[in-house]
Write a protein that binds this ligand. Structure first.
Ligand code: PMP
Ligand code: GLU
Length: 403
């Protein structure tokens, strides 16, 4: 009875919304662990490293210094100045401190921009495979996601021609991440320039470039699309501390954007959450202006793990892998298993594939469907080498039983 009452009271917004598949899978894995099962969770995209000590020390010092109050909505000036300097130093981007909004994670930055820029029915081109929350956030802003697919044969990258063909009068912005969650693909300087050239031809078309995996890039090269002059005043660059500094629980993200978008996002954030935590912001400013050696050390360890996981996955018949160039995900095409079965358990799709592995060998992965790629699964290798080796061994054994 209570159930029914609650259902009736839920807004249409909630009813039409999908739950985050990454968070759902991580919770399922936690539940099984709590029941006493030996679960290996490679589902959530979260560094297994702890935040470097010098950043924690900075937060403790900030607390002692009384950074316990509200900050200006777009963030402490000290942090915005560090972000502005970082954009210049690492990305050749020219966002002044008054062009930055600090938020409770990059997730909120993306939500702010969607709410700030979209009207009902506006289209947003999302390059797929895409991070789970993009399409939901766009829909919450009243936008219509236009998903452009790509597969493993294209290294999961969408061509500038496909983008050009999808642009209509209603297209408001293009949204993508590079390095990409879930594929690990990195769009090269040339590929980004070609996209910038397409966007530049269309007045009022914007780019939202999610660069949260910037520091986990194995190519040795890093281009920000906003650094191309033809789109520099039409690019919103999203970034944050969760991945490169192993600070997921701190909830600090940010964006650089044209001033009118900064103003609009500050207005929204001022009504929703106000500024991010004061001591967290102080520690974040410290993180940006100190030596990045701990960040690069983590990157190097991710690379070693990537190589191990890829080598082992290649030994499983029917699992197709490419070589991701960044982030900490592998995104194999596992469609050759569709139609196979073990007794009554039939693998019809990637959801079934993940469910089968979770229930039989307690390995938690995420279905590619949530990322706009029905033939794939996502494996996060932000886990210890021993866990990764054991997880792939279990996968191989369980998949070998399917006929
Ligand atoms: N963008 C991408 C591509 C991500 O993978 C994540 C991870 N959750 C986010 C944004 C959001 O990061 P956060 O809110 O932790 O800063
Ligand atoms: N970005 C991470 C992931 O893709 C964290 C979970 C989330 O925020 O969706 O798994």
């Amino acid at each position: 009875m209570i159930e029914m009452t609650n259902k009736v009271m839920e807004s249409n917004r909630v009813l039409s919304m999908e739950e985050s598949a990454t968070i759902k899978m991580a919770q399922l894995a936690r539940n099984l662990k709590d029941e006493g099962h030996d679960v290996i969770s490679l589902s959530l995209g979260e560094p297994d490293f702890d935040t470097p000590d010098h950043i924690k020390e900075a937060a403790i010092q900030a607390l002692k210094d009384g950074y316990t109050k509200y900050t200006p909505v777009p963030g402490l000036m000290e942090l915005r100045e560090s972000i502005s300097a970082k954009f210049k130093r690492d990305n050749n981007l020219n966002y002044g401190a008054d062009q930055i909004v600090v938020s409770n994670g990059a997730k909120q930055s993306i939500a702010n921009v969607s709410l700030a820029m979209l009207n009902e029915g506006d289209e947003v081109i999302i390059l797929a495979p895409f991070w789970v929350s993009y399409s939901t956030i766009v829909k919450l802003g009243g936008g219509v996601p236009v998903i452009l697919k790509s597969d493993i044969s294209e290294d999961y990258k969408v061509s500038p021609e496909a983008i050009e063909a999808a642009i209509t009068k209603k297209t408001r912005f293009i949204l993508f991440s590079s390095p990409c969650n879930p594929t690990g693909s990195v769009y090269s300087h040339e590929e980004l320039e070609a996209i910038a050239n397409v966007v530049a031809k269309h007045d009022n078309l914007y780019i939202i470039a999610d660069e949260i995996y910037e520091y986990i890039n194995f190519t040795g090269k890093n281009t920000s699309i906003g650094s191309f002059p033809q789109v520099s005043d039409r690019t919103i660059t999203i970034n944050g501390f969760s991945k490169g500094f192993a600070m997921t629980g701190w909830r600090i993200g940010y964006m650089g954007a044209p001033k009118w978008i900064v103003k609009a996002c500050s207005k929204i954030q001022g009504q929703f959450t106000s500024g991010a935590s004061a001591f967290g912001q102080k520690a974040a400013a410290h993180a940006l202006s100190s030596d990045l050696a701990p960040t690069y050390k983590m990157r190097d360890i991710y690379l070693e793990r990537r190589d191990i996981v890829i080598k082992l996955l290649k030994e499983i018949p029917g699992v197709k892998v490419n070589e991701p160039q960044g982030a900490f995900y592998v995104f194999p095409d596992i469609s050759s298993y569709f139609g196979k079965a073990l007794g009554d358990t039939v693998i019809r799709n990637a959801d079934d594939f993940c469910e089968y592995l979770l229930n039989t060998v307690y390995v938690a992965l995420v279905t590619g469907r949530a990322f706009g790629a029905d033939n794939c699964i996502r494996i996060s290798y932000a886990a210890s080498e021993a866990q990764l080796i054991e997880a792939v061994k279990r996968m191989k054994e369980a998949l070998g039983r399917l006929k």
